[in-house]
Design a protein around this ligand. Structure first.
Ligand SMILES: Nc1nc2c(c(=O)[nH]1)N[C@H]1C(S)=C(S)[C@@H](COP(=O)(O)OP(=O)(O)OC[C@H]3O[C@@H](n4cnc5c(=O)[nH]c(N)nc54)[C@H](O)[C@@H]3O)O[C@H]1N2
Ligand SMILES: Nc1nc2c(c(=O)[nH]1)N[C@H]1C(S)=C(S)[C@@H](COP(=O)(O)OP(=O)(O)OC[C@H]3O[C@@H](n4cnc5c(=O)[nH]c(N)nc54)[C@H](O)[C@@H]3O)O[C@H]1N2
Ligand SMILES: [Mo]
Length: 777
């Protein structure tokens, strides 16, 4: 039997720490995954559900966007511990009914932790919070759509509404959603990508002409050298470890670049193989570069500089001159700039020794084929776009883009975040897309760029946006500057959340608020034309079908597609040129429109029916064609800036624990980093603790300082002495989002700089002894 929901909100009285693990996965991962699944779903449902995960006839894992191996190579159990947790979270047997909202006021709920909110179970009925009320009450679907339609149509301009998307939304729902928003008249389509891989997209479009990664799973697994930079795959993309293990077995080597010695990167025990469950496992990283936060631009410049020097010493042996001549521009300026690189600045930025960088260079010179993988460690800094351009420079020098076994591999987060972009979820889609959309549906899409996440918060704060709709996600908890973001949302006239589970964004609301409960990936989706499937695109541009099989969490739930179409029909009224009811009745019609509007989807219905689906075109990968203005890949010149926190300050990165999915907290442990039963910890190098006169176990406030002069404070964290890079500390988000200034964003991509905040640690006064029981005297 499944346990009931958590009743009390746990504190961290049980918190214990014991340092990083020696390896990742193995038997503890298997038992941990099953334990979590059983407690949410019971034994029978666990077995039937997990059997269908990532199989060609089942549903796509709602966890990360890591691709599935092809049809023939798929294991019977193609899932990982954290995928199982993501499924259990959705397929839980716990239910949240209208009675729950009658019992718990909004004031009560706003005092609960995100963990507690999520543990209450699946949302089952549409709920409405009328203006002035402290409770949600049940409401019918039509009435709910009517309220939203009236508010939207009452705005002075369509640009006074914003429509957020998180990256789990299917292609079909995302396409219908952006069509509705544009037919309504705005491009205000912020999405989680604005806080995630936006920097990757910006840098890659500029340099190689397309914002997506250029490698397939085969390329990765057959590379001679894989750099895993700013990424913690053991927790966030566990199935990637299987591919990294194959790299090793194929004779390749792996270099991890990270301020933290993430156990999974160092040693992996594959739970899909008997030897991995019980044995010592595979050593993954051949070299671990413990870089300082934000040191990567300097590192890539230093290696590229060494490649230029090696070429000078032995002309014609190091660079791929043919490739550079035929396929790139900008080499001369790039090379001239690197000749001025200062070794002292490189050392200061990276914290690495010359010998370490020399060793990496030797590995690079010995490798015919190189792949660079990265995630949030590269994308959430002020200069992230420049850093990723520098990664591209490094790869271009030896022709490592657009041939087998080589390329760029930005590892995406949410399972369909890449597909949502392909479908048009972006505040600044190119004209070609808008033209095609307008032609297909006989209307004129708005051209003015919309608001991204940060601009949406600014607009809500300043009263320029009054209606907020969230298609999934947890906007207010994921966003930076919690105090500012919460006030911004509370200032809206109406906030709407289309979601599966309760979270902070349902309890920090506008004057009026709606909860529209939706089906998840795992659930059967039956529409008038019969059972439906949806499609998703993984991190490597492969599109495939996902079919839910479980009975929906409640009879009132609607699919995301049905909700969007209902909302659109109510808002746009009889003049809309789109047959919304028809689209919701049969998703093949939506796919027909996608095929007409978006390149690469020809013969969609047939190709997606093939086991494993199909791959979208990628000109650099497919034929070394670079769709930039010049038709060539672009080498760029990027300034090296070294972050030097003032005396007494450190750099803070905000990261994920092993027991969370972004703002969804599965549990209170971070097994690989040795933390149990608590999340308010800050990892600090022992020497930094000593230098500051602090010690392991002390409680501190983390205070961030920034150009706006505002001091932001996250209260009461336990210091943990940890082998992180000197001067670089780490703590979990979303608790630390209070520290991220709204206006501190990456240049060009506007992504919050949540991996390099300047902070100081202020000791708290020891807690006073508990007051005497007044009844005792
Ligand atoms: N189980 C689980 N899976 C997930 C998620 C989840 O929360 N839970 N989230 C999903 C999403 S949306 C995303 S975007 C991905 C996130 O996947 P990751 O990017 O792996 O997630 P983070 O926890 O942010 O980890 C960032 C890593 O980069 C390192 N790092 C930080 N700053 C720097 C730097 O300046 N340089 C270098 N070289 N390294 C740095 C950190 O030490 C850490 O190892 O995972 C996806 N998958
Ligand atoms: N400080 C700091 N902040 C960060 C980050 C960081 O590293 N540091 N990372 C950023 C990143 S990379 C990202 S991607 C964002 C994540 O931002 P979001 O995507 O907004 O947040 P999630 O926590 O993934 O959203 C979880 C919620 O989605 C809903 N949900 C789950 N499944 C479904 C579904 O199938 N359909 C619908 N409609 N709803 C569903 C549930 O209600 C659940 O509570 O956070 C960003 N914020
Ligand atoms: Mo993400």
């Amino acid at each position: 039997m499944a346990r009931g929901p958590v009743s009390a909100d746990p504190g961290d009285e049980q918190l214990s720490v014991r340092g990083p693990a020696a390896s990742a996965a193995g038997l503890p991962a298997v038992s941990h995954a099953l334990g979590q699944a059983w407690s949410q779903m019971g034994v029978r449902r666990t077995v039937t559900t997990l059997r269908l995960l990532n199989q060609t006839s089942g549903f796509d894992c709602p966890g990360c966007a890591w691709p599935d191996p092809d049809h023939e190579r798929r294991h019977l159990a193609e899932f990982c511990e954290n995928g199982a947790k993501a499924v259990a979270e959705e397929a839980t047997l716990r239910r949240l009914t209208p009675e729950f909202f009658a019992t718990h006021s909004l004031t009560d709920l706003a005092g609960r932790s995100g963990y507690w909110l999520g543990q209450q179970g699946r949302l089952t009925e549409p709920m409405f919070r009328p203006a002035g009320s402290d409770h949600y009450q049940p409401i019918g679907w039509d009435e709910a759509f009517g309220i939203i339609a009236a508010e939207l149509n009452g705005l002075a301009s369509p640009d006074e509404a914003a429509f957020y998307t998180s990256g789990r939304t299917s292609n079909e729902a995302a396409f219908a959603y952006q069509l509705f928003v544009r037919a309504f008249g705005t491009n205000n389509l912020p999405d989680c990508s604005n806080m995630c891989h936006e920097s990757s997209g910006a840098a890659l479009v500029e340099t190689i002409g397309i914002g997506k990664g250029s490698v397939t799973l085969d390329d990765l697994e057959t590379a001679d050298l894989v750099l895993v930079v700013g990424q913690n795959p053991g927790t966030n993309h566990p199935r990637m470890l299987t591919s990294l293990e194959k790299v090793k077995r194929n004779g390749g080597s792996i270099v991890a670049v990270n301020p933290l010695p993430e156990p999974s990167l160092l040693r992996f025990r594959n739970p899909q193989r008997p030897a991995g469950v019980l044995g010592r496992g595979t050593t993954l990283a051949d070299q671990f570069l413990q870089i300082r936060l934000n040191g990567d631009l300097a590192l890539f410049q230093a290696v590229s500089r060494r490649l230029l020097d090696a070429e000078d010493a032995n002309p014609g042996t190091v660079l791929d001159h043919d490739f550079l001549r035929v396929h790139t521009t900008g080499f001369e300026a790039f090379a001239a700039h690197l000749r001025t690189l200062s070794d002292d600045e490189v050392r200061a930025a990276t914290g690495l020794t010359d010998a370490e960088i020399d060793e990496l260079t030797r590995r690079v010179l010995a490798a015919e084929r190189i792949v660079v993988c990265w995630a949030m460690g590269l994308t959430q800094h002020a200069n992230s776009v420049a850093t990723i351009r520098e990664v591209v420079n490094f790869l271009l020098l030896r022709g490592n883009i657009g041939r087998p076994g080589a390329g760029v591999c930005p590892v995406r987060g949410h399972s369909n975040v890449q597909g949502d972009r392909t479908m048009g979820i972006w505040e600044k889609m190119p004209d070609a897309f808008l033209d095609a959309l307008g032609t297909e549906f006989a209307f004129t899409p708005p051209r003015r760029h919309g608001y991204d996440v940060v601009d949406t918060i600014r607009a809500m704060r300043d009263g320029r946006v009054g209606v907020f709709v969230g298609m999934g996600g947890n906007f207010v908890a994921a966003a930076p500057d919690t105090a500012v973001s919460e006030a911004a949302l509370r200032g809206c006239r109406l906030t709407v959340q289309i979601s599966t589970k309760l979270n902070r964004s349902h309890v920090v609301t506008g004057e009026q608020a709606l909860i529209l409960p939706t089906l998840g990936r795992t659930e059967l989706d039956v529409q008038p034309a019969g059972p439906q499937f949806v499609t998703v695109e993984d991190s490597m541009g492969e599109v495939h079908a996902s079919r839910g099989t479980l009975t929906p969490a409640g009879p009132a739930l609607r699919s995301e597609v049905a909700i969007v179409c209902g909302l659109a029909a109510a808002t746009l009224g009889p003049t809309t040129p789109v047959d919304w009811a028809g689209l919701a009745a049969d998703y093949r019609r939506i796919r027909g429109h996608i095929e007409a509007v978006i390149p690469g989807f020809a013969d969609y219905e047939r190709r997606v029916a093939e086991p494993g689906g199909f791959r979208l075109p990628h000109p650099p990968r497919d034929g070394r064609r670079f769709p930039t203005p010049s038709g060539r890949a672009v080498l760029t010149v990027n300034a090296l800036e070294v972050l030097r926190p003032p005396p007494g300050h450190l750099l803070l990165q905000t990261i994920r624990s092993h027991d969370q999915y972004n703002t969804t907290i599965y549990g209170l442990d971070d097994r690989y980093r040795g933390v149990r039963q608590g999340r308010r910890v800050v990892f600090v190098h022992a020497d930094d603790l000593t230098a500051a006169g602090l010690s392991d176990g002390r409680r501190v406030d983390i205070v961030s300082v920034w150009a706006d002069g505002v001091e932001r404070r996250a209260e009461d964290f336990r210091l943990v002495a940890y082998p992180t890079a000197r001067g670089c500390v780490a703590a979990y988000f979303p608790e630390t989002n209070v520290l991220v200034p709204l206006d501190s964003t990456a240049r060009r991509s506007n992504t919050p700089t949540s991996k390099s905040l300047v902070v100081r640690l202020e000791p708290r006064q020891p807690r006073p002894a508990p007051a005497q029981d007044p009844g005792a005297s």
